[in-house]
Write a protein that binds this ligand. Sequence first.
Ligand code: PLP
Ligand code: COI
Length: 360
Amino acid sequence: MSVLDIKIYKTAEPKVKPTVEEEASLGFGTTFSDHMFVMEYDSDKGWHDARIVPFGPIPFLPSAAVFHYGAEVFEGLKAYRTADGKVQLFRPEENAQRLYNSAERLCIPAVDPADFLEALNALMEVEKDWVPKSFGTSLYLRPFLFATDPALGLHTIHHAMFVIIASPSGSYYKEGINPVKIMIETQDVRAVRGGTGYAKCGGNYAAANRAGYKAEQKGYTQVLWLDGVHQKYIEEVGAMNVMFKIAGKIVTPDLIGTVLPGITRKSCIELLKEMGYEVEERRISVDEIVEALENGTLEEMWGTGTAAVVSPVGHLAYKDKEYCINNNEIGPVTQKLYDELTGIQWGKKEDTRNWIKTVK
Ligand code: PLP
Ligand code: COI
């Protein structure tokens, strides 16, 4: 018997899975697999009723706390299919720990990382045929955890739910691996020290909506956030961490509590160091970036994220100026990093770091 004692209730009406031809136009996060994992928390019982059920609506009272006060945290990771048909996860224990840390910040009953992994593996065993086959596609897994207390008072959370859904997905950006256009946001801020910047909580993304909307109206893919105090230092992009190559050196903002500690970021730093690049994690002022853009030493810029993978940035706008980076082409380091990371994830390259967990 598993620790969670997961019950499995399979659908009587399985959906038709995308064909290999249809996989090319999957996009991101709009198609869902047949099943989802669900379990509930009550303070007098702990986590209970772990189950895999058909994907479908989850009913709540309109008074449920998550609707009013945004007590929600989530994760994002992918299951990849290798050429020989195996299904594998990339560093899932990192997601399990980050969800735990996020829940701790929002004071939502946390899911033990071992239970997270057990739930994920159980769902993957049921849904592995949903992992698409083409290179560049994957089964995007979205674990999320939220408060369900049915009362409007602001109190300690006593009831919660943990769910994992799965979505066969292709590229996150419509640009694919082609460079994206990013705008530096100069009005709204995403996070301040002591806030929830490092947690993966829905509220951070809600607070980002207005700037994202403005950027989209102007033809940009996402915004690049500046720090919340001085609006001077580079933080991260809406759905990815950022890295720059300036005069041969790689620089990326350090983690001081305001930026999401990306698992792709962490992995890329390790890969870059192994490739022999010097990587600096530090405060980077927007003035330093503008100067490097103007004097031609900003050689490459890219974002890193589970959904975004390694994504080159071809245009960067700040105030009333737009700069083109590396002729709006993917740069050599960005390409090398993309090839190395995706090579490991899709099983084309050997996993020498124990990053890959094969699904049974
Ligand atoms: N920053 C933000 C705000 C994100 O939403 C994401 C995506 O999860 C990332 C960074 C990258 O994190 P990871 O590489 O763990 O997916
Ligand atoms: C991910 O990359 O997994 C994310 O959660 C980003 C999301 C905003 C799509």
